[in-house]
Design a protein around this ligand. Structure first.
Ligand code: ADP
Ligand code: MG
Length: 407
């Protein structure tokens, strides 16, 4: 589960990690009301108005409706181009940004509507660094990554200059050790107070990740100010869904509007569904068979449009919901139903598919492979309906048939 920057910063502040002060706003009035107190507390008349969406790259992102406007905007006080104070500028920005659609490298072409803003103190930046903690599945431990190349996409740094990414594996029993923090600070070129503050931040961030069961915490940029403070200017966080029960306060931060609607609906029906970029919709039972089905589709030259596991105990209603979710995706050019009935009975799947098509129609090819419990009954249900179905003998045969049918 992901959360917004302003939520991540609140969590960090609660645990002693340095962040600029800021206020969240859902209306222009709230955004304007944030300016005075922030300016007073910060002693600087610069504030930053930041779009709150779950995707990164907002600073370089642009609004669909306002192609010249970025997703993150720095506002200075004084008169500029006839516009007077910071408050008036924040009002104008908030009126334009709220409700508009922001496109960044991470949102995809359609972008994401901006429903909230974060108005934050402007920080006098001396250096922008990169710092993250992510779960390294190879070692089963958290890994801290740091780089002098803050503010840019870390993927680009990893491609062009991988040597500029520093890594320290964190021993869960010890946390980030002093020598590791020192080694990172040195590698980042930090000295004096900046090094001291940097090391403290790193150790606290490592502890935060362990305590909060994050799978990713990315601070890009982590900045060093002109007076050697070290603070998080951005904060991206993902939490392990399976550990959310231990963090009810975090679970409450879920913003369903930011999540893929199909994945959300699937969750409500107890289906495991993940949308992918290909064109062949898959309806499968069991995670292992779903993986094998996707591999087989790829092997015969196709690309799966989704991972969908209806699970063992699915009912006709769940299968109907699953089928509808797949057919609603405009990228889906064909559907492959691949079922091995063990606990799941083939007739339940067949009824679900027939029911879904009765309700929503079907205008793409459908290949069905049924095997296992009640297979004959399942096949009879499909035959008895007037569905236009191609049946397959086995998984590979089915994959080939659906890939051919969609060519
Ligand atoms: P994103 O990563 O989505 O583009 P960031 O929060 O990293 O968004 O902001 C983009 C850039 O805007 C930062 O790299 C930084 O240069 C600048 N910025 C962000 N917040 C502040 C702030 N409070 N004060 C000054 N500059 C900021
Ligand atoms: Mg950033």
């Amino acid at each position: 589960m992901k959360i917004h920057e302003y939520q991540a910063k609140r969590l960090m502040a609660e645990r002693g990690l340095a962040v600029p002060e800021g206020r969240v706003a859902t209306t222009p009035e709230e955004a304007v009301a944030a300016v005075g107190p922030l300016v007073e507390a910060g002693g600087s008349s610069v504030v930053v108005v930041k779009s709150q969406i779950h995707a990164g790259g907002r600073g370089k992102g642009r609004f669909v409706e306002h192609p010249d406007l970025a997703g993150v905007n720095v506002v200075t006080d004084g008169v500029e181009g006839g516009v007077p104070s910071a408050e008036a500028k924040v009002r104008a920005l908030a009126e334009t940004m709220l409700g508009s659609t922001l496109v960044t490298v991470q949102t995809g072409e359609t972008g994401t509507p901006v429903r909230r803003l974060y108005v934050e103190q402007g920080v006098a930046i001396a250096r922008e660094l990169y710092l993250s903690v992510l779960l390294d599945r190879a070692t089963g431990r958290n890994l801290m990554m740091a780089s002098t190349e803050g503010g840019t996409e870390i993927e680009e740094v990893a491609d062009a200059t991988p040597e500029k990414i520093l890594r320290e594996t964190i021993d869960p029993a010890v946390g980030l050790a002093d020598f590791q923090a020192r080694r990172l600070a040195l590698g980042l070129g930090l000295a004096g107070d900046a090094a001291k503050n940097g090391m403290q931040f790193m150790k606290a961030l490592a502890a935060f990740a362990a305590e909060m069961d994050t799978d990713l915490v990315e601070i890009n940029p982590l900045v060093v100010t002109e007076d050697d403070r070290v603070l998080a200017l951005d904060g991206k966080m993902g939490f392990d869904d399976n550990a959310l029960f231990r963090h009810p306060g975090v679970a409450e931060l879920r913003d369903e509007a930011e999540e893929d609607p199909a994945e959300r609906e699937a969750g409500a029906y107890g289906l495991s569904f993940i949308k992918l970029d290909g064109s062949i919709g898959c309806l499968v039972n069991g995670a292992g068979l779903a993986m094998a089905t996707m591999d087989t589709i790829k092997q015969v030259g196709g690309e799966p449009a989704n991972f969908l596991d209806v699970g063992g105990g699915a009912t006709t209603e769940n299968v109907t919901a699953a089928f509808k979710i797949i057919t609603r995706d405009p990228n889906v050019k064909g559907i492959f139903v691949n079922i091995f009935g063990g606990i799941m009975k083939c007739d339940v799947i067949a009824e679900g598919v027939v029911e879904a098509v009765r309700q929503v129609g079907l205008d793409v090819p459908l290949v069905v492979r049924l095997e296992g419990t009640n297979v004959e009954l399942g096949k009879r249900i499909i035959d008895a309906s007037d569905l236009d179905v191609v049946s397959a003998d086995d998984m590979k045969d089915g994959a080939q048939k659906i890939v051919e049918a969609t060519r």
